[in-house]
Design a protein around this ligand. Structure first.
Ligand SMILES: NC(=O)c1ccc[n+]([C@@H]2O[C@H](COP(=O)([O-])OP(=O)(O)OC[C@H]3O[C@@H](n4cnc5c(N)ncnc54)[C@H](O)[C@@H]3O)[C@@H](O)[C@H]2O)c1
Length: 344
């Protein structure tokens, strides 16, 4: 299959690109190369014969039309987005522009291309979204695909809007779409303003590890390579018009996650004092959702997918990757430190 991946130079998009090539797909990576992009993320496959890169914004209709006409993909996987909640609180405009207007522009370009191709039933528009559209849970319960939308941050509201647009383009125009909503991802190539790389890199440098509030917020952590695997499976086998929740079956409180990473570092880079001495509780983010948890029954029962690693195993792989890939993260530290990334 030839797949146009938007946002393929970002964290999750690049995992999809790398895995897509390994699975024998042709990949066109379309990315505007914002601060969050890094072409080093796709270096392992950028010389593969089936790989092409296009620097185009999803808000640029003419650019999208040109890329679609030249490459003639069988499917679009849409991951391009502004993705950092803290940035959405500081400056929501870019989130509306990229996540709402950009998704609308991409949908229209895809619809026009699909129509010109004779509306093939096999075409897919796969929209990648977040569990944050469902709002915040109390201590119990999980998000299913039928949970009503209740976004609470500019980021999640912009993603919820984009989900509604994608469903409307299916209902109104018949565009063959599939949607996925996933929990918090972690793993290699994660930009160092997000919680897990911040913890690893601050601990390594002996700097304070900032944790929001009392660290009680619970997230369901999904290893990025498992997520890419699930996304490609939904693209290949998911039912048109359907959405699938993807979770890691790995709920953890932020403070427990941070202490686990510190312990993994204690084992690998022993220090006179344990790394968790660096934990510093900081003023909570406004409107910080307490808990997200995914019920992944549909993707498990219909498509037979399950995560391949536990949180402990995935964190160990991630810590080992950051220890072995300093040349990747070192140049990004300046940008990340300006933001002084905190718990997401
Ligand atoms: N990271 C997570 O834990 C998580 C969880 C749930 C859902 N998601 C969703 O998954 C997708 C990917 O997330 P990520 O963490 O890889 O994000 P990321 O911020 O690492 O990467 C986003 C990519 O999109 C590109 N991009 C931004 N604006 C663009 C534009 N106008 N045109 C073209 N490209 C543009 C950026 O350059 C970057 O390469 C997003 O849609 C996000 O909402 C992420």
């Amino acid at each position: 299959m030839k797949i146009l991946v938007t946002g393929g130079a970002g964290f999750i998009g690049s995992a999809v690109v790398r895995q897509g090539i390994r699975r024998g797909h042709e990949i066109v990576n379309l990315d505007a190369l914002t601060y969050a992009a890094n072409l080093a993320n796709v270096a392992p496959v950028s010389n593969a014969p089936g790989y092409a890169f296009e620097k185009v914004s999803i808000t640029d209709r003419a650019g999208l039309d040109d890329v679609l006409a030249r490459h003639r993909p069988d499917a679009v996987m849409h991951l391009a987005a502004e993705s950092h909640v803290d940035r959405s609180i500081d400056g929501p405009a870019a989130f509306i522009e990229t996540n709402v207007t950009g998704t609308y522009t991409l949908l229209e370009a895809a619809r026009s291309y699909w129509t010109a191709e004779g509306k093939p039933e096999s075409f897919r528009f796969h929209h990648i979204s977040t569990d944050e559209v469902f709002g915040s849970l109390g201590p119990t319960g999980k998000f299913t695909e039928d949970t009503p939308y209740d976004p609470r941050s500019p980021y999640s509201a912009s993603k919820a809007s984009s989900d509604h647009l994608v469903r409307a383009w299916h209902e109104t125009y018949g565009l063959p779409v599939v949607l996925t909503n996933c929990s918090n991802n972690y793993g290699p190539y994660h930009f160092p303003e997000k919680l897990i790389p911040v913890v690893i890199l601050n601990a390594l440098h002996g700097r304070a590890i900032p944790v929001y509030g009392a660290g009680e917020n619970v997230r369901d952590w999904l290893y990025v390579e498992d997520h890419a695997d699930a996304l490609l499976l939904v693209l290949e086998q998911g039912v048109v018009g359907r959405s699938y929740n993807i979770g890691g079956e790995n709920e953890a409180r932020n403070i427990d996650l941070v202490r686990t990473i510190c312990r993994l570092l204690d084992e690998r880079r022993p220090h006179a004092a344990p790394h968790d001495r660096l934990v510093e509780f900081v003023t909570d983010r406004p409107g910080h959702d307490l808990r997200y948890a995914i019920d992944p029954s549909r993707i498990r029962e219909e498509l037979g997918w399950r995560p391949s690693v536990t949180l402990e195993e995935g964190l160990a792989k991630t810590v080992d990757w950051y220890l072995a890939n300093e040349e990747w993260w070192r140049p990004l530290l300046t940008v990340a430190m300006e933001r002084r990334g905190k718990a997401s």
